[in-house]
Design a binder for this molecule. Structure first.
Ligand SMILES: [Zn+2]
Length: 266
């Protein structure tokens, strides 16, 4: 099975993870920008972070035959630091046109504050300005309420739903997309978020149209092989092979392929 990993924080992983991912059939990985586990104190550290993902992580991935792409953004959590956000947004704009940057993200809500909404709106406008896809992070607390607020902001900013992927969905948020064209993401995470079994249930219930699955692996308890493990579970449940391949390979290509920087060709 050919697989794309569309959301992995490889900066937090060891080189062996790239090798395991390649051996499990993963051919390309997308690395969004996020919080690093501790608050940053100056905008310069964002320059170093973006640069490291674009250059060093891309090379580490290539050493194992994996393509690597990046998303840049001011993340929802640190967006509550207003002076820092003011300094970082121009850096996001500067890095948005770099060679492997395929989307703006992760943007969205964490604690669902007005400061987070201001940063989200500014970055949605940046994505429209450069005609780029957007990766939206849904909050983990009060998720339904946060998803509804996110959808209101997206509509208010007149975002093209084809260009927006909302990630970290659960059984609770999936019904909110009925009748919309937004891409829906499922992050498989062993402790919080979704187990492989719960993700497989959602795939069976809703089908694979506009659905994208990822491991969201980072510095927390997470598994870079979550997507291959979901494939194994879907095969076990006798989901047709074409549908599984659409889910884990063709859908992420269709979404990120809307970027002119997406150079991976199947
Ligand atoms: Zn993430």
């Amino acid at each position: 099975m050919r697989i794309i990993e569309p959301h992995a924080h490889m900066i937090a992983r060891v080189t062996d993870d790239y090798e395991r991912m390649a051996l499990a059939g993963i051919e390309a990985v997308v690395e969004p920008a996020f919080w690093l586990g501790a608050p940053r104190t100056s905008a310069g550290t964002f320059v170093d972070y973006f640069e490291l993902m674009i250059t060093w992580e891309t090379q580490r991935a290539r050493n194992y035959g994996l393509a690597h792409f990046t998303c840049v953004a001011m993340n929802p959590r640190e967006a509550n630091n207003v002076p820092l956000t003011k300094d970082v947004l121009p850096i996001v704009e500067q890095y948005a046109r770099r060679e492997t940057v395929v989307a703006i993200g992760e943007v969205g809500f964490d604690r669902q504050t007005d400061e987070e909404e201001a940063a989200l709106r500014a970055q949605l406008r940046l994505a429209k300005k450069f005609d780029m896809p957007v990766l939206v992070h849904l909050p983990h607390q009060y998720k339904k309420q946060g998803t509804e607020r996110t959808l209101r902001v997206l509509a208010d900013e007149k975002m093209n739903p084809d260009r927006v992927l909302l990630d970290h969905n659960t059984e609770e948020t999936m019904p909110l997309y009925a009748g919309t064209r937004y891409w829906r993401g499922l992050s498989i995470y062993p402790v919080t978020k979704l187990s492989v079994e719960r993700a497989a249930n959602i795939v069976e219930q809703y089908g694979v149209d506009r659905l994208i699955v990822n491991s969201a692996c980072d510095w927390g308890p997470s598994d870079p092989l979550s997507v291959p493990k979901l494939v194994r579970e879907l095969v076990r449940r006798q989901v047709p092979r074409e549908q599984i391949e659409q889910l884990v390979f063709h859908n992420p290509i269709a979404f990120f392929g809307q970027s002119d920087r997406w150079t991976f060709r199947p």
